[in-house]
Design a protein around this ligand. Sequence first.
Ligand code: NOJ
Length: 538
Amino acid sequence: MLTWWQERVVYQIYPRSFQDTNGDGIGDLQGVIMHLDKLRDLGIGVIWLSPVYPSPNVDYGYDISDYKGIHTDFGTMADMDELLGEAAERDIKIVMDLVINHTSDQHPWFQKSRDKDNPHRDYYIWRPGKGNKPPNNWSGFFGGGTWQYDERSGEYYLHLFAKNQPDLNYHHPQVLEEVKEIMRFWLDKGVAGFRCDVINILYKSSLVDGRRSLILTGNEHYLSQEGTHEILRTLRRAVLDHYDCFTVGETVFVTPKTALDLMAPERQELDMIFSFEHMETDQYIVKWFKRKFQVGRFAASISKWQNALPWNANYLENHDQPRSVSRFGNDGVFWEKSAKLLCMMLLTLRGTPFIYQGQEIGMTNFDFTSMDDLQDVESHNIYAIAKGLRFPARLRWRIIKATSRDNARTPMQWDTTPYGGFSPVQPWLGVNDNYKRINMEAQLGDAHSIRNMYKTMIALRAASPVLKAGSFETLQIAKDCFAYRRSLEGESMVVLLNFSTQEKRMEFAGGTLVLSNYDRQAYDGKLRPYEAVILKEF
Ligand code: NOJ
């Protein structure tokens, strides 16, 4: 028996870029309400809202200054209540982003904590420097160091992300009490769970120097520590078990083993996790060093995780990742075919599918022309570091263009009106020039659009016990092809995927064609360029 969060398909909204209704160039909650019918029609059962809380926006909402409020950019708490009500009427559940590794430096807790004698001092991690050096040698997620000196206190505070995102101190029991209260506040309002931001790094076991590493020096002191497992079990028992809800954890640097420790049902910690490995197969060590996308590596990683975990949170995009069709598909000649292929793969894997706004119409990476076009703090930090390291300007630019999180954050392309119908005024981030060709309105009116392939696939999954609950078996991983079987109680379906611009032979014993992204009646052993085929086995 599957739970509702295993049955349903999740749609991630990055509210800032979804729909502006009040003409300030920034998306808002009324904009989400405006499009609920479209999401219902698509077959979406859950919306994950990226942060809508008050925030100075250094990291666009992932630096929270009030966990129980709504940012004025997005509207009011009355809008949020309206959204919950309107979504419930359409049988759509809302999941909030829970960002509890760090707060904004403008959060009142942090402001108080800057005073050494304040009871809030220990909400954060303060340490004296070593001479005029920071307390340890750790390196941060956005590049650069992890300690910021504060004149007022005469000490440094720890920040694993931007310096305006101080890490909370989970050695102080009061912090967890605050988190419980925040979670209850939202659950009592009717939200159906949380996407838990970088949740496996909460607990820092020690603050001693880390082993030098190209990937985050110091991580052995905070990645998936026993203290974090205990926190997750406590939150489950004390809060989550009392509501009909689920959690999906964003978990960094997990292996199947450490992932299982965080999500295996008997552990009673998280319900699902987002792993990163398949998204890292087109990079060397860190995401800023891209290598050519190769299906073999990608498919091997997907297969590995499909087989390792009892249930996966499957995704190809989110607000931190470049667009999937530009990255794993082909955003030129085979734009439509490859976007549909990725859709067919995502919806036929075992697990809960997560679709990111715009993915359902095949939105592509943005054609930025200068650093001034970019808002993302991470891109600016990395650009500055690369400049400091004397990387040539062309290389710096290539790195940023291929990896910037702003690729996924450009406004939703709704129609052919100025700014893609996102806003009547110049939006906070540029609209992709291709909005006249790639937009929702055009695709809603075209039975063969990418958007309608998403709708078809969501319906196919919903109607198919095999696709929802069946086991996963890898059949073939070749240079350009990936094939797998899903089976349940004597029934099985086979999925054949050709990730190349060439025709590929892929023999298959026998079955009836369920769906292809090409117009064909039967499968003849040859996959056309970027063809995806779903067959029901005899
Ligand atoms: C992961 C979020 O997805 C990302 O957008 C954010 O910058 C970091 N966590 C820090 O909160």
